[in-house]
Design a protein. Structure first.
Length: 279
């Protein structure tokens, strides 16, 4: 970088940091609403990208010692709002030619079906781990907003609990009432930089017929800026303790999303990144 431009950049950052340190701390409810709006836009923009996702699952015993580790790396993209997952590696090794052929045929069939299908309503798009921050923000009740520096950027940090009055869209209503955690929001872009939650009580999935998730189960989700105010979910760390039918299991799940690239399945989608909030 040109020395002059570097100095100007440093000066602008220092000025923004100084302003952020003296600016009034926003109201918790208003801040949460603003962050929700930005996250909705981020979720939509994410579907215009293809990226790789590496999921490593550690099965652990009661003392936390790892008993077994499995991993899968996949290419992720969206067609008409439907998430498509193409497996490329299993336990660090590329699929053999026969597996690659079967996977390619499966994905092509899936793409052909989704290309003709109408776009899903928003609550169904993505599914799985997609839009997890949006769903959690929808049931969060914020408090104790304070200013910190997080990853060298001015950040607003606040605590939250599950709001019993909130509608848990795409999330078990019983579970929504039993969460608490902390959110880090980038002050300039009003984007979630980190989201930590834990379940402070047990809850049942499917009325207890599917699983009983134990208190202490937790999740941490990270997002990072890609430029121009655009942020993407880049990783998460989950600790899951549950009882499925008659078997207890404990897992640590590590997810990394990387190598983001614009994706076009044949239909151009012109969506601009969410603009940074003006102060």
């Amino acid at each position: 970088m040109n020395p002059l431009l570097k100095r100007l950049h440093q000066f602008a950052f220092a000025a923004s940091l100084a302003y952020a340190q003296t600016a009034p701390i926003p109201d918790a409810t208003a801040l949460l609403k603003e962050v929700q709006d930005h996250q909705h836009k981020t979720d939509t923009i994410r579907e215009n990208y293809t990226f790789h996702e590496l999921i490593r699952t550690d099965t652990v015993d009661e003392k936390g010692a790892v008993k077994e580790t499995k991993s899968e790396e996949s290419e992720i993209f969206f067609v008409n709002g439907h998430k498509v997952i193409r497996l490329v590696k299993r336990d660090g090794a590329e699929l053999n030619p026969n597996e690659q052929k079967k996977e390619q045929e499966r994905v092509k069939k899936e793409i052909d079906g989704y290309a003709k299908a109408p776009r899903e309503i928003e609550r169904g798009r993505g599914g799985g781990r997609d839009r997890v921050i949006t769903r959690l923000l929808a049931v969060a009740k914020a408090s104790n907003v304070r200013r910190v520096t997080f990853r060298d950027r001015p950040t607003l940090m606040f605590d939250f609990t599950g709001d019993p009055k909130a509608k848990a869209d795409g999330m078990d209503q019983n579970a929504a009432r039993k969460i608490a955690g902390t959110i880090w929001v980038d002050e300039a872009d009003r984007q979630v930089a980190r989201f930590e939650i834990h379940f402070y009580d047990n809850f049942h999935v499917g009325g207890g017929l599917l699983a009983n998730v134990q208190k202490g189960t937790s999740m941490a989700v990270d997002q990072s800026p890609l430029g121009e105010g655009l942020w993407m979910q880049v990783g998460s760390e989950d600790h899951v303790a549950a009882r499925l039918v008659i078997k207890n299991f404990r897992m640590n799940i590590h997810i990394q999303d990387f190598d983001f690239r614009k994706f076009d399945i044949g239909t151009k989608q012109q969506i601009s990144p969410p603009s940074a909030t003006q102060h």
